[in-house]
Ligand binder design. Sequence first.
Ligand SMILES: COC(=O)c1ccc(CCNc2nc3cc4nc(N)[nH]c(=O)c4cc3[nH]2)cc1
Ligand SMILES: [Zn+2]
Length: 371
Amino acid sequence: EVSITKFPADERKIIAKAHDKYKKARAGIINTRHGQIHTPAFMPVGTKGTVKAMLPESVQTTGADIILGNTYHLMLQPGAKRVFKLGGLHKFMNWSKPLLTDSGGFQVMSLSKLRKITEEGVIFNSHIDGSKFMLSPESSTEIQYLLGSTITMAFDECTPYPSTYEQAKSSMELTSRWAKRSRKAFYSRDGYGQFGIIQGSIYNDLRLKSALDLIELDFEGYAIGGLAVGEGQELMFKVLDYAPDLLPINKPRYLMGVGKPADIIGAVQRGIDMFDCVIPTRSGRNGQAFTKYGVVNIRNSKYKEDNTPLEEDCLCPACKNYTKAYLHYLVKVKEILGAMLMTWHNLMYFQKLMLRIREYIAQGKDFDFIS
Ligand SMILES: COC(=O)c1ccc(CCNc2nc3cc4nc(N)[nH]c(=O)c4cc3[nH]2)cc1
Ligand SMILES: [Zn+2]
């Protein structure tokens, strides 16, 4: 049981504003072969088969029901066939709950050096040793099968921002053709699912066409891609004012790569059910702690003799057993325990946020508690 605390001032504004205009927030449960996912859900990112600086059992204590892995990284090292031979990713990383794997297109574009996009798929050189690989709707789907993903993502092209209407249109059409091939390559089994990813950038008619193309393929869930790519919160919310409504109301809606607490709250109010973001883990290792008082940059010298915890009522090990002075010191001297404690606290903060959101939606409360 975690205590219910108030949203910090900046979130207060967002929720109060969002509440008036949006009554699309929903709370629910996704049942899978590896257990239930309570939505709205936040997925900690475990790119290389580990949530960095966390034991899987520690991730579990924060309240996470599902974590995200990346096809791109795992296919390069240790290799999907090897993970399959060793019993699959769940066994390999000792995580028995649901796993969602991104399909690799986004990571290829943001990580690999040379690459070529063809109708067939993406040809690229590994950012590790430069060796040549190809990712296609078929190979990405097969890799995710070999990993044993609970939720497989269709192979898409994340349309860059900004893009002209023409660029966004041809990119979205490629994603639709790849979605069809991804769906055909998916080996459907009870309790496993595949999500389509809609594109279309900031153009509402393209977003609609993308949704229609993917709804025809009857995926178990749908992701909104091509956002959190530099467009900013205002433009992202402008797309989210209508895009979730283009998707089946009875299937999960997943906003990829989002986000800060205020982004999550605004997106939940617009009908989004699932989130993933590196922010709590990556910025935690970087010395940023999310608290009800706002973000604490623990490296700031004002904390070097602060003998109080990050949050007095937080149940995480960092807050229960240590002070900001100790965290300040650990992060400054780059001690591994610093990364561990900051990550643990941030993941706990994000899961507490999701728990509060789920409770208020389930109780039909209009978030007026923060007014
Ligand atoms: C400390 O914080 C950070 O370093 C940091 C870095 C990146 C993001 C944004 C991530 N945004 C994002 N991830 C994404 C992953 C995606 N995957 C697929 N298959 N298709 C997409 O269309 C797609 C879009 C995304 N947008 C947010 C935070
Ligand atoms: Zn804490």
